[in-house]
Ligand binder design. Sequence first.
Ligand SMILES: NC(=O)c1ccc[n+]([C@@H]2O[C@H](COP(=O)([O-])OP(=O)(O)OC[C@H]3O[C@@H](n4cnc5c(N)ncnc54)[C@H](O)[C@@H]3O)[C@@H](O)[C@H]2O)c1
Length: 344
Amino acid sequence: MSNDAFDVFASEQVITCRDDDLGLRAVIAIDDTTLGPGFGGTRWRPYASQAAAVAEAQRLAAAMTLKHALAELPYGGAKSVIMAEGPLPDEGSEERTALMRRFGEFVSRTAGTYIPGVDMGTLVSDMQVIRESGARAFCADADPGPYTATGAYAAMRAAVRHELDRDMAGVRVAVQGAGHVGANLARFAAEDGAQVLIADVDAERARQVADSIGGAVVDPDAVLLSDCDVLAPCAVARVITGEVVPQLRCRIISGAANDTLDRPEVADDLKARGITFVPDFIANAGGVLQVHAGEVGWSDLELDAALQRIGTRVAEVLAEAEETDATPIAASLARAVRRLAGQA
Ligand SMILES: NC(=O)c1ccc[n+]([C@@H]2O[C@H](COP(=O)([O-])OP(=O)(O)OC[C@H]3O[C@@H](n4cnc5c(N)ncnc54)[C@H](O)[C@@H]3O)[C@@H](O)[C@H]2O)c1
């Protein structure tokens, strides 16, 4: 487990996958299998370089180790990325199916040490193709987005209660990304009376979500700097940088995007500015809880209780951070380390 993006040996195992006929270039990073097989989604998007793809797979895999440890799940941390060349092929197209089948063959070679699931760019149907190729894959039956959003909303409510000592009515929430998670998170907040701003690089998507929940659209270039109580990054990784922090106008950052902070030190910058950062790997565990529920046969009630416990966990971590004058990330890391060492 490591946050060092440039150390290839930070992960237990890193596998590159290549097929020239299909134009497939993918990376599987298995961060840590102490608690079980490495589980983590497959992300499909363009990368500036091969090194950037490897670094992102490793960073996201490390976050999955933390996510599973803190959610008390029997999985290790892993992640894969597929390097996109231009627009992604349509769902169900021959090109997409062939590429996913081939990727599934590479996953099979890990002999169950890596279990993929849905992430940005990939779909439930892609996981079905991976399964058909003989590999184990999670998320094959349902979109985890709404469950992730339920957990992320429990986290947001807990942070607002802790920091602002109020419920969500009238709280100003700015959501970056109107996708599977962001749209649902925005809806939950609006249903509880929050004033929601939403941004997406797909302007039409942002407009549709805003109209359906009675919120307002904000420019995707401006959303991070919105004057709001809660900023909820639900789009891409590493949006909170050292340069962004001094310009932020929120009290709390609580979203679902994996790997929200650009560098670990940004957590200290946020603390110095009095901005509470809810660790993404705690807030966005709803999807993996839902997957686990399917695997072990939890009832809806059991799953919902587990999703709501994300809020309890956030409250505990924020209180612990306050007591020890640590950042919430540091308090969470200490918890995860205890669990990985079998002490919690
Ligand atoms: N889906 C899940 O269950 C789940 C679980 C854990 C974490 N996450 C994380 O949450 C985030 C969102 O996941 P999702 O499933 O909703 O993805 P998604 O692909 O459904 O939605 C992402 C949305 O963000 C938009 N977007 C991309 N770049 C943007 C930018 N710079 N500004 C504004 N909008 C932008 C996209 O157009 C898209 O609408 C990702 O970081 C993902 O890794 C998702």
